[in-house]
Design a protein around this ligand. Structure first.
Ligand code: FAD
Length: 222
């Protein structure tokens, strides 16, 4: 497995618990939007602890970017990444991932499950090809939304913003269940992209299939 030590160029919180980290991009290191790599912190006691994260940078950027949710409740890798600053080093590995764009459809994301889609949306938007896609994005509260302004700007009326623990005007406040899907999706004979916690992905996929979606039109991380 190839590995690259990369310097952190920028490190800042973009929500109360999500950090945007930009690192140097190794020469000829390329990826398909939706893919990620395993990341470790280049410190003796941390370099063998690899965790998967997804690239969110534009394809032609000179840097690589990650959006990383920091779990402060235990001493894991993300907690340590919470204290990483510009000039520190990470180790990145081979590119992997099964999520990629396969044509216009509906993207359904929960929390940091938005990260593989951000790279896809940015690539489509830059090429004027985002129109015709829809986004359903679920979070607990408005404070948890990652890149909300950019997503609103890109999707406009095709952005369904769901908050499960808030009833704010302009947002839909409930869980995504079978009824929600029926109310919000007119045609199930289309491409779907699903990303989020494992239970979210399996629940949504199960409901989509029962409502008529075709298995070959379901894209998710396997
Ligand atoms: C393909 C893929 C791509 C991903 N891309 C991204 C991404 O772009 N951005 C992103 O933010 N995440 C992403 N993730 C999730 C990310 O990899 C995990 O959040 C990360 O590995 C957590 O690492 P950790 O060492 O901090 O926590 P781990 O120790 O690995 O724990 C993970 C989970 O268990 C809980 N947990 C474990 N031990 C304890 C404990 N002792 N006390 C309390 N809670 C505990 C944590 O709260 C957390 O929910 C991706 C995952 C996959 C599979």
């Amino acid at each position: 497995m190839a590995s690259h030590i990369v310097k952190v160029l920028e490190s800042k919180f973009i929500t109360h618990d999500v950090k945007k980290i930009r690192v140097e991009r190794p020469k000829e290191y390329s990826f398909i939007p939706g893919q990620g790599t395993e990341v470790a912190i280049n410190l003796p006691e941390w370099k063998s602890q690899l965790r998967p994260f997804t690239f969110t940078n534009p394809l032609d950027a000179r840097y690589l970017e990650f959006m990383i949710k920091i779990y402060r409740d235990h001493n894991g890798v993300t907690n340590k990444i919470g204290g990483i600053n510009a000039g520190d080093e990470l180790i990145i590995h081979d590119v992997f991932g099964t999520i990629e764009y396969k044509g216009k459809g509906t993207f359904i994301a929960a929390g940091t499950g938005i990260t593989p889609f951000i790279a896809i949306f940015r690539a489509l938007y830059d090429n004027n090809k985002l129109r015709g896609n829809r986004l359903i994005y679920v979070n607990k509260t408005s404070e948890d939304i990652i890149m909300g302004q950019e997503l609103f700007m890109m999707f406009k009326k095709d952005f369904v913003n769901v908050l499960t623990r808030e009833n704010t005007i302009g947002y839909i406040g409930k869980r995504i269940d079978r009824n929600f899907l029926i109310e919000n999706i007119v045609d199930f004979n289309q491409q779907f992209y699903v990303c989020g916690p494992e239970s979210f992905v399996s629940d949504i996929n199960k409901n989509l299939l029962e409502l008529g979606a075709e298995p070959e039109f379901l894209v998710f991380e396997q």
